[in-house]
Ligand binder design. Structure first.
Ligand SMILES: N[C@@H](CCC(=O)N[C@@H](CS)C(=O)NCC(=O)O)C(=O)O
Length: 213
C-alpha cells in the first residue's frame, strides 16, 4: 500500500457516535496525543470517505508516517506502546495476569457493544426484513455481557481501583446505547455501570469527545 507522510500528526477517521471511534479518541485525549479528527460517516459521507478509506470501516487511525491502522483494539495497543515510550502508565497493563484481566473486561464491553451495534443495523433494514427473533437474541447477548461487567464492578473502576481501557471501552459502549438505542438500555438493571458512566462522562477526556458532534 502506498503511504504518504501525514504532516507529522495523527489523524482519526470516524464519528464519535461510533463507540469504537470514541474509545480511541478518549484514549488519545487521556494520553495527551494530539490528533486531527476527520468527522465522516461510513453511511452518509461515502463519497468523501472513499479516497481516505475504501473499506468504509471506522475507526481508521493514520499515523504521522502515513501508516494506516484498522481495528480499534490494534489502535489502542499502538497508543499504549506510545504511552510506555513516554513513561505514561498504559491503559492496558503490558503483561501477565493484569493484562489478561483487563483484556477480558474489554472483551465483555466489546461483546455488549457489538451486539448493540448489530441491533442498530437490524433496525436500518427495511421494515419487512426485520427479524424479531434475531434482534431478541442480540438483545439477550448484549444484556448478558453488561450483566457480567456489572457483577465485576465493585468500586469506582472495573480493575484495581484505577482507570483502565476496560472502563473507557465500557463507557463508550454504554454511551452509544444510551444515545442511539435508549429503549434498549434498562438503566435500573445496571446501577454500578450507571455510576461509572456518570463519573467518566463528566471527566475532561470524555467531555472533549462528545458523542453528539
Ligand atoms: N471491530 C471493529 C468494529 C468497527 C465498526 O464496526 N465500526 C462501525 C461504525 S460503529 C463501522 O465502520 N460500520 C460500517 C460497516 O461495518 O460497514 C473495531 O473495533 O474497530
Amino acid at each position: 500500500m502506498t503511504q504518504t507522510t501525514n504532516g507529522g500528526q495523527h489523524q482519526l477517521l470516524g464519528l464519535y457516535d461510533s463507540p469504537f471511534v470514541r474509545r480511541v479518541a478518549v484514549s488519545m485525549k487521556h494520553y495527551g496525543i494530539p490528533f486531527e479528527h476527520v468527522s465522516l460517516s461510513v453511511f452518509r459521507h461515502m463519497d468523501a470517505m472513499r479516497p481516505l478509506n475504501p473499506l468504509f470501516k471506522v475507526p481508521m487511525l493514520t499515523l504521522p508516517n502515513g501508516e494506516r491502522l484498522y481495528e480499534s483494539a490494534y489502535q489502542l495497543d499502538y497508543l499504549d506502546e506510545l504511552a510506555v515510550e513516554r513513561s505514561i502508565t498504559p491503559l492496558t497493563p503490558r503483561s501477565g495476569a493484569d493484562r489478561r484481566q483487563v483484556q477480558q473486561l474489554m472483551a465483555l464491553a466489546m461483546v455488549g457493544t457489538e451486539k448493540a451495534v448489530a441491533i442498530e443495523y437490524e433496525r436500518k433494514r427495511p421494515a419487512e426484513l426485520h427479524w424479531a427473533d434475531w434482534t431478541s437474541r442480540l438483545r439477550t447477548q448484549m444484556r448478558q455481557a453488561f450483566t457480567m461487567l456489572e457483577e465485576r464492578l465493585d468500586g469506582d473502576f472495573l480493575f484495581a481501583g484505577r482507570l483502565t481501557q476496560a472502563d473507557i471501552s465500557a463507557v463508550a459502549g454504554i454511551g452509544f446505547i444510551r444515545y442511539v438505542l435508549p429503549h434498549e438500555w434498562p438503566a435500573a438493571s445496571y446501577p454500578a455501570l450507571e455510576g461509572l458512566v456518570a463519573r467518566l462522562e463528566a471527566s475532561e477526556v470524555f467531555k472533549a469527545v462528545p458523542i453528539e458532534e
